[in-house]
Design a protein around this ligand. Structure first.
Ligand code: NAI
Length: 302
């Protein structure tokens, strides 16, 4: 199976450096026309410049590919709509959106300013919402689309000092869960990518030997799969240092306890059984929880 992107049109946000740059270069090398977006600000989201995106566009063109630069902030819906119009005007459509732009404002929750929480949510969550909303009608009309949301192990599993970032990254999993269901009828496949890579975002979080193993390019194969015709739908792909994993949101079979005055005490006593993972499922939609609960209640009733 070859993953070709010939004549596909892709938008990669935050592609002026780090993972986004590696994603944009790889898509272009495999034949995609790539709109390289980057605000060009600092790691914590301050400032902006067109040079970051343009440098990656220059690299792609020098290698014989096709690319356009855009310096919109993903937080600005009007600018994002203009960015999508820029791609459509040049190349007629958008097939692939990689929501990759992001910032950090790390602090323990006790010390974190509300504005730092809000800004991180705005860039990661509303940034991805804006870009996805702007390409959604195009993908629906063409009955084809591949959208990659960049989540994080910090959201999936937690990380000290990253309550804002973790909340934002997990919100993208929720966004993916529903959009993958809504998009399926028009072959719009939406997935999450949880990368681990040595970039300016992680350079002071990991020791040098670990950073050396974590080239951004080693994450790229997972992005290429999720952006390809052969993409799965509604998955959380994890990637780093050439290792690939999948994360799942699961539901245990649980236990029907009914409703009596001492249900709280019986629940406390039975918690190990309630949370036992034997027989757990990965629900196909939120309805699975309710039907498991009602099914067990009806079975208990008679
Ligand atoms: P990075 O800081 O090198 O790249 C992020 C890019 O997004 C920067 O070039 C920045 O200018 C751009 N950006 C920031 N705010 C923007 C905005 N409002 N509009 C447009 N562009 C904006 O960091 P890295 O590591 O390459 O991160 C890429 C993505 O991967 C981010 O979403 C990050 O949260 C995520 N991630 C990275 C991990 C890692 O190990 N490096 C781990 C888990 C997730």
């Amino acid at each position: 199976m070859s993953l070709s992107f010939t004549d596909r049109v892709a938008i990669v946000t935050g592609a002026g450096g780090g993972l986004g740059r590696a994603h944009a270069l790889a898509l272009a090398a495999r034949g995609a026309k790539v709109l390289v977006n980057d605000l060009g600000g600092s790691r914590d989201g301050v400032g902006g410049s067109t040079s970051a995106a343009q440098a990656v566009v220059d690299e792609i063109i020098a290698a014989g590919g096709q690319a356009l630069a855009n310096s919109a902030s993903v937080t600005d819906f009007d600018a994002v709509q203009a960015m999508v119009a820029q791609a459509v005007e040049a190349w007629g459509r958008v097939d692939i959106l990689v929501n990759n732009a992001g910032i950090l404002r790390d602090k323990s929750f006790a010390k974190m300013a509300i504005d730092d929480f809000r800004l991180v949510m705005d860039v990661h969550v509303m940034g991805a919402v804006h870009c996805t909303k702007a390409v959604w009608p195009i993908m629906n009309e063409r009955k084809y689309g591949r959208i990659v949301m960049t989540t994080s192990s910090s959201g999936l599993y937690g990380n000290f000092g990253q309550s804002n970032y973790g909340a934002a990254k997990m919100a993208l999993v929720g966004l993916m869960q529903t959009l993958s269901i809504e998009g399926a009828k028009n072959d719009i496949r939406v997935n999450c990518l949880a990368p681990t890579a040595a970039t300016r975002m992680t350079e002071d979080l990991m020791p040098p030997a670990v950073l050396a193993a974590l080239k951004p390019e080693a994450v790229v194969p997972a992005m290429l799969l999720l952006a390809s015709e052969h993409a799965p739908n509604r998955t959380i792909a994890c990637a780093g240092a050439g290792t690939f994993e999948a994360a799942h949101i699961t539901l245990t079979p649980g236990l029907h306890l009914g409703l009596t005055d001492d249900t709280p005490e019986r629940l406390a006593a039975a918690w190990a059984q309630v949370s036992d993972r034997d027989g757990e499922i990965v629900p196909a939609s939120g309805a699975a929880q309710g039907s498991n609960e009602v099914g067990k209640a009806l079975a208990a009733a008679g």
